[in-house]
Design a protein around this ligand. Structure first.
Ligand code: ATP
Ligand code: FE
Length: 368
């Protein structure tokens, strides 16, 4: 059976169709990045206008590519939280309308849960519940035990910024976008690429955040502020013009990438030790899944993979095209809900599904 998934939590209008075997029948994504970069950030009412203007055509193209009629679908899945309320509501209203017109069940999806389950679509045999998931994206940094859809236990999360957000803000402050090849890239991708050209990888050092704590929380504000300070310092020393970039930006990017990797590894190591000690994996082979937009980063992923293998823990991430926001992960979460409920409790009151309560997961603190 096929599920159509709708994602409009932020600035991407994504709709995709996925089947129970994890096969993607179509995946249409309209990004607003180009529009928003012109304004240095997302303006929610404009994001809403763009979703509204595009969602019909995106859905039509999606059904067309899959060569399916809405009646042939098993259900509609839609992101209901967390995200920008103005953006979420466009997807939800559209999904309600579609579900009603074709008498299909409507499945609400938690966006971060969808990131967390996405790797299973391509590794259904290997990734069994429960597993440890490191969710690193533009708005979140979380470690969670994943027991199934709707069944995540939070072990720790960021106290301030998310890593993707830090990459984006630092890249903008560094003015990486003045280099034509990075003009339309997100900050994380630009930093990763720029770091490859580093001549002196030790030119920039950053302190390890929360070094004295042994819980699973994150903090990226220190790295961000230290970055701003280091950039300002270099700009003054080099008399960089207001629309220019420091000469050793590649070294800076390498230092930044190492700092973020070290912090993520430090916290993930703690979580792995905790899970193994508490026997949270039970009979399942210990497994770490890295997901969210920052999981695109090869340096970060390979570091985490190395760490994980040192604990005899298997490590996975979704394919790059599915790490960042898209309709596929929402559709796949819908499939997971179908698999879990065996179609039992699918008759829901469509009007009761709402974007209210941008709540997170059930929390369980990892103490020192
Ligand atoms: P959330 O999922 O928390 O609501 P989001 O949906 O905006 O946030 P994603 O689409 O999952 O975030 O990820 C986008 C983020 O991923 C951006 O902040 C971007 O900088 C980061 N990112 C993308 N590619 C890379 C990369 N290669 N290295 C590091 N970061 C990256
Ligand atoms: Fe996301």
């Amino acid at each position: 059976s096929h599920v159509l998934g709708i994602e409009t939590s932020c600035d991407d209008t994504g709709i995709a169709i996925v089947d129970t075997a994890g096969q993607v029948h179509s995946n249409v994504l309209e990004s607003q990045q180009e529009f928003h970069t012109r304004y240095g950030g997302i303006i929610p009412p404009r994001a809403q206008d763009l979703h509204r203007a595009r969602i019909d055509a995106v859905c039509e193209r999606c059904l067309e590519q899959a060569q399916l009629k809405p009646e042939q679908l098993k259900a509609i899945a839609v992101t209901t939280r967390p995200g920008l309320p103005l953006s979420l509501i466009v997807g939800l209203r559209f999904a309600r309308h579609l579900a009603r017109r074709h008498q299909l069940p409507l499945l609400p999806v938690h966006h971060m849960e969808a990131h967390a389950l996405q790797a299973r679509m391509e590794h259904l045999e290997e990734i069994n519940y429960p597993y440890l998931c490191l969710l690193i994206s533009g708005g979140h940094s979380q470690l969670a035990m994943v027991n199934g859809p709707g069944r995540l236990t939070l072990l720790g999360e960021t106290l301030d910024d998310a890593p993707g957000e830090a990459f984006d803000k630092i890249a903008r402050r560094l003015r990486l976008y003045v280099l034509p090849q990075y003009r339309l890239w997100n900050g994380g991708r630009a930093v990763e690429h720029a770091a490859q050209a580093a001549q002196n990888r030790d030119a920039f050092e950053f302190p390890l955040p929360l070094a004295q704590q042994r819980n699973c929380n994150f903090s990226f504000a220190g790295i961000k502020n230290n970055s701003f300070r280091a950039i300002r310092h270099r700009e003054r020393a080099e008399h960089t013009p207001p629309d220019g970039i420091i000469s050793n930006y590649a070294d800076f990017c390498a230092g930044l990438l190492r700092a973020v990797s070290r912090h993520l590894m430090h916290r993930t190591q703690r979580a792995l030790e905790y899970c193994l000690q508490q026997r949270l994996f039970g009979e399942t082979p210990p497994t770490l899944v890295v997901s969210g937009g920052v999981a695109n980063n090869d340096v970060i992923y390979e570091n985490l993979e190395r760490l994980s293998l040192a604990y005899n823990c298997r490590c996975y991430r979704p394919s790059k095209r599915y790490c960042s926001d898209n309709g596929v992960m929402i559709a796949w979460h819908g499939i997971e809900q179908l698999l879990q409920h065996q179609n039992a409790s699918l008759r829901r009151d469509i009007d009761k599904i709402d974007i209210a309560g941008n709540a997170g997961f059930h929390a369980s603190a990892v103490s020192d």
